[in-house]
Design a protein around this ligand. Structure first.
Ligand SMILES: Nc1ccn([C@@H]2O[C@H](COP(=O)(O)OP(=O)(O)OP(=O)(O)O)[C@@H](O)[C@H]2O)c(=O)n1
Ligand SMILES: C[C@](O)(CO)[C@H](O)COP(=O)(O)O
Length: 377
């Protein structure tokens, strides 16, 4: 048994607003379509993914590996028909048909539909029983209460025996709310499996924020903290958060002793559970002598990217009596933004004295603390 997926994405999203059709609009760091496609690309039970696109969009879309596109039609049913025709040559025996506008679909829900097909159903679809009271209304006034028993809210993906649903679509004329309607018109029996409140269809403008909250809630996020100290010695400047600040003394260290960048590197390595700066750049190795610390930070950021994470935000606190940090904080934020490739509004650099207490109070050295949030991309 081989299972294909057909994602219908040829609509214009007129109700969703915005300058672009909803599938091309940004959502939690990607486009809506990217989330939806990724949900199925990571499904081990799926062999072919076909996307039905509007003719205006086909050239501009660069499909990820293993994903093919075809031209959709003027209605949802026409787009499904076109997609099924394009899939026929793959020889798939089952197909899941899904709206591009449902980017929050879970692996568990997909599994329930596939499970019903595996158990022998020739058609299965997710739905939620209607739980709110249902009214009729006119001119802003309630005119009655309707019976909600036996009513369901239909979702996708809807799963079918491939030959059955292709034949059903070929025999169907006109518009249909979904493929279950087409299947039933052909006499197919459709099994209902439990839907998921999170599997919303982006239809109106506020749905983007709801979908974003759902996706961000499901995201892998990592928090990391770092701490570093360097003592004062001979010199005429200190390097702090990538900025050279004139000072009557310098900071001592194997590298340029940028205590702020070192604390941030440790925060990133910590969030990744990948040790600390000393593990990646051992002080025993002469090649790092006098090294500029942005090299270390670029390495930490690249490692995070390789492991699938981007930076959500950075917060650094420097602890010293002198130099005063305030006049340099903006330059430091700028340097951190450049080195890490993070928007400056997500970067904070602040400072405190330790009220002349301890080694920072005695001006023997500078301490730095850093926190970072890494977000799976
Ligand atoms: N000619 C069409 C119309 C709709 N769809 C797809 O069918 C799904 C459900 O339709 P809907 O939410 O109504 O999307 P749109 O038609 O894009 O939205 P609107 O009705 O607001 O214009 C969407 O994934 C949409 O891209 C399609 O592939 N081809
Ligand atoms: C297929 C569907 O998602 C099931 O709920 C829905 O019918 C398609 O969207 P539309 O708003 O009805 O076009």
């Amino acid at each position: 048994m081989t299972c294909a997926v057909l994602i219908v994405a040829a609509g214009r999203g007129t109700r969703a607003g915005g300058d672009l059709p909803k599938q091309w609009q940004p959502l939690a760091g990607r486009r809506v379509i990217d989330w939806t496609v990724e949900r199925f690309r990571t499904q081990p039970d799926v062999q072919n993914i076909m996307i039905a696109l509007h003719p205006d969009d086909i050239e501009a879309y660069s499909a990820p590996e293993g994903v093919r596109t075809t031209q959709g039609g003027a209605s949802r049913a026409a787009s499904v028909r076109a997609g099924l025709e394009a899939l026929e040559e793959t020889g798939c025996t089952r197909v899941l048909i899904h709206d591009v506008a449902r980017p929050c679909v879970s692996a568990a829900l997909i599994g329930r539909v596939l499970g019903a097909l595996e158990d022998g159903a020739r058609a299965a679809a997710p739905a939620l029983a209607v739980t709110d009271a249902l009214w009729t209304g006119e001119a802003g006034r309630v005119t009655g209460t309707a019976d909600r028993s036996g009513l369901w809210r239909a979702q996708t993906p809807q799963g079918f025996d491939f030959a059955d649903i292709l034949a059903a679509h070929r025999a169907y004329d006109g518009e249909a709310a979904d493929d279950v309607e087409v299947a039933r018109a052909a006499g197919l029996d459709v099994v209902i499996v439990p839907g998921d409140e999170d599997n919303l269809k982006i239809t109106h403008p506020p749905d983007f924020a709801r979908a974003e909250a759902i996706l961000r809630g499901k995201m892998d996020i990592r928090i990391g903290s770092g701490y570093d100290v360097h003592r004062f010695g001979e010199g005429d400047h200190v390097m702090l958060c990538g900025v050279a600040i004139p000072h009557e003394r310098g900071l001592q260290g194997h590298s340029d002793a940028d205590v702020g960048l070192h604390a941030l590197c440790d925060a990133i390595y910590g969030a990744l559970a990948m040790g600390d700066i000393g593990r990646h750049f051992p002080p025993s190795e002469p090649q790092w002598k006098g090294a500029e610390s942005h090299v270390f930070l670029r390495h930490a950021v690249a490692l995070a990217r390789e492991m699938g994470f981007g930076i959500g935000n950075i917060d650094i606190t420097l602890v010293c009596e002198w130099p005063k940090i305030g006049p340099h904080a903006e330059a430091m934020r700028g340097a951190l933004a450049e080195i890490t490739g993070t928007g400056i509004t997500r970067i904070s650099v602040k400072a405190t004295t330790s009220e002349r207490l301890g080694f920072t109070g005695r001006e023997e050295g500078i301490a730095a603390m850093a926190s970072v949030l890494l977000v799976a991309q």
